[in-house]
Design a protein around this ligand. Structure first.
Ligand code: ADP
Length: 273
């Protein structure tokens, strides 16, 4: 039902009392190794929402790559389109301070090796892409989807400048409030969904803007909330829901996702465990 084009990273998470400043060393907790990457997070969320999902991506031929493939597989994501490359698996170095704030360095690694030739939409109804992979690959995937009658959804994260041709066919373009500020105007996509954190989301179509509120939850970790939202939305669109109904489902699912640690619930032991 759903093809996701995007990244897979191992998240290496260390809790620290405070961030080191330049030239300083601080001691942190043991390292937690969690499955992450915007593409993989989105694919897992779509699978959890009942879609048959395939990820188009790349990992290195190393233990982190094996870990990500296993973790995706156990979440029910088809990994036959995830290519093993000689570049190391993408890594995210994440420090978390007691106030819950993250600082993240992403080393894209294998994700940068993804090419247009890797894109295969199969018999998907919905394509979802995010931008931790080369922008040329995303633009190619969207063009291919538009030509084949596949609904194209892009989560503009991290922010990148997409061509007007790409923006014109997205239904929807998904942005958070920060990303929305980087956009020249909304009138270039068929529809736009602006996620608003604890406030829910706005669905923007030519008919107007509709605010859909989020349920109140005890948020413990909002990492990956946008990815959870995007995957759930795609799954419900693939099942035939209209955009407002799919957004309602996505808000409910994303709200639940912020009540646990990590961008995805881990199911497979990390390397060396
Ligand atoms: P991003 O993770 O890309 O920054 P948002 O912070 O807008 O995106 O979150 C995406 C979605 O996740 C929101 O639209 C909402 O459905 C859900 N969400 C995020 N934070 C909360 C929260 N504190 N309470 C309830 N839902 C939340």
């Amino acid at each position: 039902d759903v093809v996701v084009v995007g990244s897979a990273n191992a998240d290496l998470v260390v809790s620290v009392a405070r961030r080191p400043s330049a030239g300083e060393t601080v001691l942190g907790s043991d390292t937690r190794v969690l499955p992450g990457g915007k593409g993989a997070n989105t694919a897992v969320a779509a699978a959890r929402n009942g879609a048959a999902v395939s990820l188009v991506g790349a990992v290195g031929d190393d233990p982190y790559g094996e870990f990500l493939l296993k973790s995706l597989g156990s979440a029910g994501v088809d990994t036959t389109r995830v290519r093993k490359v000689t570049t190391p698996t993408g890594l995210a170095f994440i420090t978390v301070t007691p106030d819950g704030e993250n600082s993240i360095i992403v080393s894209p690694g294998a994700n940068s090796a993804l090419t247009e030739a890797d894109v295969d939409l199969g018999d998907a109804r919905v394509l979802v892409a995010s931008l931790e992979v080369p922008i040329t690959v995303v633009e190619h995937a969207v063009a291919l989807a538009a030509r084949s009658g596949v609904r194209a959804v892009v989560n503009l994260s991290p922010v990148a400048e997409l061509s007007p041709d790409t923006l014109a066919v997205l239904d929807p373009l998904i942005v958070n409030e920060h990303e929305a500020r980087a956009l020249p105007g909304f009138d270039c996509s068929r529809s736009v969904v602006v996620t608003l954190g604890a406030r829910g989301a706005d669905v923007v179509t030519p008919e107007g803007t509709r605010r859909i509120p989020a349920p109140q939850v005890d948020a413990v970790d909002t990492t990956g909330a946008g990815d959870a939202f995007t995957g759930a939305l795609a799954a419900h669109l693939a099942r035939g829901a209209d955009l407002v109904a799919a957004t309602e489902h996505a808000i409910a699912y994303a709200a639940r996702s912020v009540t646990h640690q990590g961008a995805q619930p881990p199911r497979v032991a990390p390397p060396g465990k």
